[in-house]
Design a protein around this ligand. Structure first.
Ligand SMILES: [Zn+2]
Length: 219
């Protein structure tokens, strides 16, 4: 243990000088009582850099495809949009990393709305309702569960996001029932998968759901 001859105190750990008076210390330093956390290897900045690089790489290859094919292939807007939303998503997630799930939900809903708008503006090929919405809803459900497990969260901390995603996935039935969706397989599969995942949680983890509900809605 280290000692300060001026303050007559003993100091634990490895200190260069006395934390009280700043004076020199005598004695042998010992290993600190608490372990120090290793530094984060993958920082926020490197995540944003990686995302920016992927965005530029995708935009470049899209540009190359437009040149090679001599036109604008129908999937190019989708590719550009998803890359842009993905990039914003990663930046916002890194900025608000304390609530990754909330950030993700907002970004996914924004992405879906954007894709609907862009699809409508660019000739309404319906790729937004045929593909973007089905993939987005199942994707956000699975990602929410994986992030929850990855962050070692209790199910009751993120089960309401899953309820929200399931409810949102049912919006696809507006397009299905009004026969706007002319290629229903992905949308039907997607909403069925979301409902199944959520029903599974309700049946097997009912208590997590009710305790989360009572916490958020005071039911
Ligand atoms: Zn001292």
């Amino acid at each position: 243990m280290l000692q300060c001859s001026r303050c007559h105190v003993q100091i634990r750990g490895r200190k260069r000088c006395c934390p009280l008076c700043g004076g020199p210390l005598a004695g042998e330093p010992e290993n600190p009582a608490f372990p120090s956390l290793p530094k984060r290897k993958f920082s926020r900045l490197s995540a944003v850099r990686l995302a920016a690089f992927l965005l530029i790489a995708l935009l470049t290859s899209d540009g190359a495809m437009i040149y090679i094919t001599g036109g604008v292939p129908s999937w190019i807007p989708l590719s550009v949009l998803s890359a842009a939303v993905g990039f914003i998503d990663i930046c916002v997630t890194m900025y608000y990393r304390n609530n990754v799930l909330k950030t993700m939900q907002v970004q996914v809903v924004t992405g879906i709305v954007l894709s609907l708008v862009i699809d409508a503006v660019t000739g309404w090929h319906k790729w937004s309702i045929h593909w973007v919405m089905p993939v987005a809803f199942v994707g956000v459900m699975v990602t929410t569960i994986l992030i929850g497990i990855g962050l070692k969260m209790a199910l009751q901390e993120f089960v309401l996001y899953l309820l929200l995603d399931t409810a949102l996935s049912l919006l696809q039935w507006i397009f299905l029932l009004r026969h706007i969706n002319t290629f229903p397989v992905p949308a039907v599969t997607s909403s069925a998968a979301c409902i199944l995942m959520f029903v599974g949680i309700l049946i097997f983890r009912w208590r997590d759901f009710t305790s989360a509900s009572s916490r958020y809605f005071n039911i």
